[in-house]
Design a protein around this ligand. Structure first.
Ligand SMILES: [Zn+2]
Length: 93
């Protein structure tokens, strides 16, 4: 059986859209993936079984509340990674 968590797709899209606006001391791929993982852990998964399911979830995502919710979780996760990055950050002097 093949299912996908639609949140993975929605969060990835939102993260790519807003990445340049997020306040982080380091913006490497490790930190981006950390923000992605933390955001997904804090959002309830939405499992879908096929492409129609994805279209459905995407349409639902146009609803402002869900979009704001995803964005809020991304901002929260950004705060977590900013305070506690998972790798050493060299001070830029
Ligand atoms: Zn980094």
């Amino acid at each position: 059986m093949n299912v996908k968590n639609a949140m993975e797709i929605l969060v990835e899209e939102a993260l790519n859209n807003y990445w340049s606006q997020l306040q982080l001391p380091c913006k490497c791929n490790i930190c981006k993936t950390d923000v992605y993982a933390i955001t997904l852990n804090n959002l309830p998964p939405r499992y879908i079984s096929n492409e129609n399911g994805l279209a459905f979830v995407k349409a639902e995502n146009f609803d402002d509340q869900s979009r704001v919710n995803i964005l809020n979780q991304i901002v929260k996760a950004t705060g977590v990674v900013a305070v506690r990055p998972s790798h050493e950050i060299k001070p830029s002097s």
